[in-house]
Design a protein around this ligand. Structure first.
Ligand code: SAH
Length: 465
């Protein structure tokens, strides 16, 4: 299996910096199903080509039950196209050996990461049942000049005609990161074979690698379905997340959250809120806790300081927030004993997710008001019916208090992305009915200094099962 990428912008050997692989030597890696080698057949200032050669071990595939399905003794296990055809194995290898480049990081050429370069990618053999048309449909909308040359079934017997295999060449001024992410997603789309790694986290990977292009690709639904190998549930989950009508919770949200913080800052409200939530979890004796909609990880940081919490799980729908959280928590350099306690995952509160089931405590801090009211029902089922933690702590603004914020114009909500802000009565009505429905009891607490008339700035419900 061979992939080459050529850069024709002088100094072309900068490609080596972008890929974190020096053109001067051979780089070899052992993978579960064979070996990957990276080398540079040419490396001049004008033209530099990197090759990723994947040696698949068909016997190893059988041993690991990762080869084609069917009878274990059949010849197909030993003689098949897996070693030659670009497939999901190539994507796995790309992520393994060029993962840093795919994430858009470069130590020595950071400025070059976002610069489109005149790149040509060649795949020696890909499979396409839908012919050249199917290949073109995937790559052309992304702006690639596509050349697909069909391989004859057997060069020695031209009368046998053409096979379903093609040599593919793609050209475009594109960043290395984008090219790698496009290949990562689209190669398995063309490969009809089952690959062994389709699991729930595959949806996260697909969305991450597809960030910035998959959502608007005209063949989006087809790509998602084929990438996830027609697993209906996963496909629906991925598409729902891609077309989620809640606005992109990333870039915009950061800005709006800052505005909200400005409004509430004089009260140090968020600090009080996080302390109150942590206190309730401690009182409940929770040891394994999940923070849903953890954002940039402020509560996670507070929880880490408390030894009582043995396992801390943070989930958010926004990948960018999670990256910021990982940075702020210094996850990468955390001592292993600490690091074992914490895990961050991308996920949505709108979908059942077994990763969040079975915790002692769950927190949902300043999140529900970001969900569309009609969709709260889905959230309720996901958390109270499916994940069922023993204790749930939910906080949300008290809208009655808004009149007291000097910088907040009358009638406006604190955060432009809030779908609603509730009075105390509204929150308590919702929470009481919800608790009764799912067999919980609930008590309410004010957060921040209480005003006689309008109450405290924020409110908290503690649910217990
Ligand atoms: N709990 C954090 C962040 C609150 S901001 C704190 O108190 O500091 C609201 C967070 O909810 C954002 O990080 C947003 O990405 C997340 N969010 C919004 N909709 C979500 C959904 N459907 N599933 C999971 N997280 C969601």
């Amino acid at each position: 299996m061979l992939l080459t990428i050529t850069n024709e912008r002088t100094p072309a050997t900068d490609l080596g910096y972008l890929l974190h692989k020096s053109p001067e030597r051979l780089h070899s890696f052992s993978l579960a199903y064979g070996k990957a080698h990276i080398f540079y057949p040419e490396a001049t200032p004008e033209r530099c080509t990197v090759a990723l050669l994947l040696e698949i071990d068909p016997i190893g595939l059988v041993r690991n039950r990762r080869g084609p399905s069917g009878d274990n003794h059949s010849l197909e296990h030993y003689v098949n196209d897996r070693p030659y055809v670009a497939s999901s194995f190539l994507s796995v290898a790309l992520a393994r050996v060029l993962g840093t480049a795919m994430a858009g990081k470069s130590k020595h050429r950071a400025g070059l990461v976002d610069e489109p370069l005149p790149l040509t990618a060649k795949l020696a053999v890909i499979f396409s049942r839908g012919g050249e048309e199917a290949i073109r449909k995937l790559f052309a909308p992304l702006g690639y000049e596509v050349k697909a040359e069909r391989h004859p079934l057997d060069e020695n017997f031209p009368e046998w005609g053409q096979g379903p295999y093609y040599a593919l060449e793609l050209r475009k001024e594109v960043t290395v990161r984008e090219l790698l992410n496009h290949l990562y997603v689209l190669i398995p789309v063309l490969d009809p074979d089952k690959h062994y790694w389709v699991g729930d986290d595959e949806v996260d990977k697909l969305l991450r690698k597809g960030e910035g292009w998959l959502k608007t690709h005209p063949e989006r639904d087809y790509i998602v379905r084929r990438y996830l190998k027609r697993r209906g549930r996963l496909t629906r989950m991925a598409l729902a997340r891609l077309v989620d009508e809640t606005p992109d919770p990333d870039a915009e949200l950061e800005k709006k959250t800052q505005q909200e913080e400005e409004i509430e800052k004089p009260l140090k409200l968020h600090e009080q809120r996080l302390n109150a939530v942590a206190e309730k979890l401690k009182e409940a004796g929770a040891q394994r806790v999940v923070d849903l909609g953890c954002g940039e990880g402020k509560l996670l940081r507070a929880l880490l300081k408390e030894k009582q919490f043995k396992e801390i799980f943070g989930m958010d729908v926004s990948y960018r927030s999670l990256e910021i959280a990982a940075d702020r928590l210094k996850l990468e350099t955390m001592p292993p004993t600490q690091k074992k306690r914490i895990q961050l995952v991308q996920g949505s509160l709108m979908y059942r997710d077994k990763r969040i089931a079975g915790f002692d405590g769950a927190t949902v801090v300043e999140v529900i008001e970001h969900l569309d009211e009609p969709r709260l029902a889905a959230f309720e089922r996901v958390l109270f019916d499916f994940a069922k933690p023993s204790t749930v702590v939910i906080t949300t603004p008290n809208s009655e208090y808004n009149v007291k914020f000097e910088t907040l114009p009358a009638g406006q909500m604190r955060h432009k992305d809030h779908r609603f802000e509730w009075t105390r009565a509204q929150f308590q009505d919702w929470a009481t009915a919800l608790a009764a429905r799912y067999g919980y009891t609930v008590s309410f607490f004010p957060i921040g200094d209480e005003d006689q008339v309008v109450g405290a700035p924020s409110q908290m419900g503690v649910f217990q099962r």
